[in-house]
Design a protein around this ligand. Sequence first.
Ligand code: MV4
Length: 458
Amino acid sequence: MFRRVLIANRGEIAARVVRACRELDIETVVVHSEADAGAPWLASATVTVCLGPPPAARSYLDADAILQAAEQTGASAIHPGYGFLSENAVFSARCAQHGITFVGPGPAAIRRMGDKIGAKRTMAAANVPVIPGSLDPLQNAAHAEALADSVGYPVLLKATAGGGGKGMRRCDDAGDLQRAFAEASIEADKAFGNAELYLEKYLDGGRHIEFQILADAYGRVVHLGDRECSIQRSHQKLLEESPSPALDAEGRARLGGRAAAAAASFGYVNAGTLEFLRAADGRMYFMEMNTRLQVEHPVTEMVTGVDLVKAQLAIAAGEPLALTQSDVTFSGHAIEFRINAEDPDAGFRPDPGLVTSVVPPAVTLPSASVRWDAGVASGWRVPSHYDSLIGKVIVHAPTRGEAIAAGKEALGSLRIEGIKTTVPLHLRLLDDADFARGSYDVNHLGRPGLLAGAPAKA
Ligand code: MV4
């Protein structure tokens, strides 16, 4: 195992990775920007290194500064967390060139899944169902129209280099498609430096369900079940749960097995997530693979008892997977609530500023538990330069109903003073009858009532 690991991230995930390292007796180097000097998650690091000014491009995305910090402090591995450099193939390759282990997949796997059409082709070849549409880039608008005619409208234009919902265009007829094609490719070129587009049949009213996998360097892959992530706004997830209320144990085992086999088919190594769209008719289709640890990984940890960050470190250190598929068991239900420094009653406007008091969440319900993954403490001024996630409340209980009750208790006891947060929105959601029944899709938060701050059922 590594003696010293550099953590190239900030906030709650930096704290989370430090915790795993400490439990493994690994020293930590936590890098930070000038805006994050004195941040609460830096207190438990062995060493801290200031990278540079607040903008991410000059700190958390500055590969040269991070590699230099690793060399100067004697760190032999870099954990990238999520976001920033976590899915950057060039950075993964540069780590290797410097003799530093990137805690994640190699550059080839990152590149392969970063190309969203290539990812679909890889999955289709491994018998994972993909959404009907193109498996090659669209040549021109006429090509797009021919494909749209064969799958039927509505269709969705997506950018090959996109992902996470960026640069998608829905087209309801040939006229829409003619108008959208050129615009979408120009936008994709501007946003991703790649104008290539692909097309899919648009599936309305779906659910976002994803599978966690772990793969070692010796070709062994296991899945750790699914996470339901349909509660989102503008492609920003707000609440995730495991297991999905829309999957039964048999469906979970079948698709999880396919996801693991698909990852093995191209030699994937480390933690990864396959995102699926569950269409209104119940069919599951692969959408994208994320080649990193996800924000919502704790719900998987709570239901499986597997520490995903420790597993990532062990895999990166060349250890074989310590568990086989039959060792992975699922127990109870977990829900994660993202606590953002935002005002949900003002269009989710970021609300950074001084936090004057933090009281962590607590639950008293028997057999329920709560976990508080935080990047915030009393006296900390949340900077405005980064995303607004300041912490995550994760509850676990034997059943979904008890987890919802535990969530109400946990969110009701959490106190964050000085800034606005997403806590009131979560409390409204937990009182929503459709949510309580597990009956929701990706459009759920868009319905009147929930976001507006009015009672869910007027
Ligand atoms: C879709 C879709 C409907 N049909 N693809 C959004 C994120 C990106 N991973 C893909 N996304 C979607 N792709 C087809 N063919 C609907 C979405 C979608 C969505 C997916 C997951 C979670 C939230 C979403 C919100 C709006 C649209």
